[in-house]
Design a protein around this ligand. Structure first.
Ligand code: SF4
Length: 337
């Protein structure tokens, strides 16, 4: 199915693809909970990186079943693409989640069992991607399989050893040690899927749904501690704003003052030490202002804000070809040849 759906991109031109996408993303249909405008830090980052990538990801493939268009289905597949490096991060988040849930449920975690689980999950994901199949109910589409001529995002032969190393670092990390030092009932949230909260008084739209999914949220009765596992660079600027959004979420959801909400980054690619987000955790006011400005820039490019429709011409491709190198959408931009 994957190869069949993608094959259309070898038979049409960029102009034909853009026409099909435009017809879909400009269609005036009342938005539902899946297609309404919302905001997240990852959405902000994609918007800043490349407007076309943002469009393809958040608009191009939406309502794919209703569209009944092979070109839209092809873009949907490209939206699923993930780098091997990112897949390794997903594996580590999976086993970290299991270990934290085990503490909450007062169960033992043994190192060998967790490493075996990380290795199994990693290998099965790889196999699913190779076979164009689902892994535990989710599609895994590795960039390295879709674009086999490209260099791997991590050394393929060393990738499995990296999974094992990162799992060990997680087990020895400050963050995991801290979690185990608290009573099990302090664990309130472990990577809750699709979690969001509403921000009010946002210019143009009024209410805005913000997605915020902390890896771990702990509440000891007096304060909240949020821990984010990072298998990549812990100094990226987005982590600063991600920490602000987590704090804002916790403030809204648990009604605690900002001073009682702490966010730590567990730098697993390094020694597993807990570090402050780069530049610290921004204030609630600064975070609200940042979200408002970012959302406004996104809304300014829409054709119809109320219906959340978008014209592809308002979302140009980046001039930074380096950025296209490891972008899953490059077949839809004709930047893969
Ligand atoms: S291939 Fe390049 S231009 Fe196209 S979406 Fe990706 S980053 Fe943007």
């Amino acid at each position: 199915m994957r190869a069949d759906n993608l094959e259309i991109l070898d038979r049409i031109t960029l102009a034909e693809l853009e026409k099909a996408l435009d017809a879909n993303t400009r269609e005036k249909v009342e938005p539902d909970r899946w297609t309404a405008f919302s905001w997240s830090v990852s959405r902000h980052k994609m918007f800043e990186d490349c407007k076309r990538r943002y469009y393809l990801n958040y608009y191009g493939a939406r309502r794919v079943r209703e569209a009944k268009s092979p070109a839209i289905s092809a873009v949907w597949w490209l939206k699923q693409v993930t780098l091997l490096r990112t897949w390794i991060g997903t594996v580590i988040h999976h086993v970290a989640g299991l270990a934290v849930q085990a503490h909450r449920d007062e169960k033992q975690v043994n190192e060998k069992g967790l490493i075996d689980e990380a290795t199994r999950y990693y290998r099965e994901g790889l196999l699913a991607s190779e076979r164009a199949a689902k892994h535990e109910g989710q599609w895994v589409v590795l960039f390295e399989h879709l674009y086999p001529g490209e260099r791997f995002s991590v050394d393929r032969d060393a990738a499995e050893a990296l999974v094992v190393d990162l799992t060990r670092t997680f087990l020895e990390s400050d963050g995991y040690g801290f979690i185990k030092s608290l009573p099990p009932q302090a664990v309130r949230e472990v990577d809750p899927p699709f979690q969001s909260f509403e921000m009010i008084d946002v210019p143009v739209v009024g209410k805005l749904r913000i997605f915020a999914i902390p890896d771990v949220l702990l509440h000891d009765g007096k304060a909240i501690y949020i821990i984010d596992w990072k298998t990549g660079d812990p100094a990226s600027e987005n982590i600063h704003w991600q920490a602000g959004v987590y704090r804002l979420y916790a403030h809204e959801a648990y009604k605690l003052p900002a001073e009682s909400i702490h966010v730590a980054i567990a730098a697993l690619e390094d020694t597993g030490e807990s570090v402050d987000p780069p530049g610290g955790v921004p204030s609630l006011e600064d975070t609200r202002a940042f979200i408002g400005t970012s959302a406004q820039a996104m809304l300014d490019r829409l054709e119809d804000v109320a219906l959340n429709t978008a014209a592809i011409a308002s979302f140009p491709m980046t001039d930074d070809l380096e950025m296209c190198q490891q972008c899953g959408f490059k077949r839809a931009c004709w930047r893969h040849e």
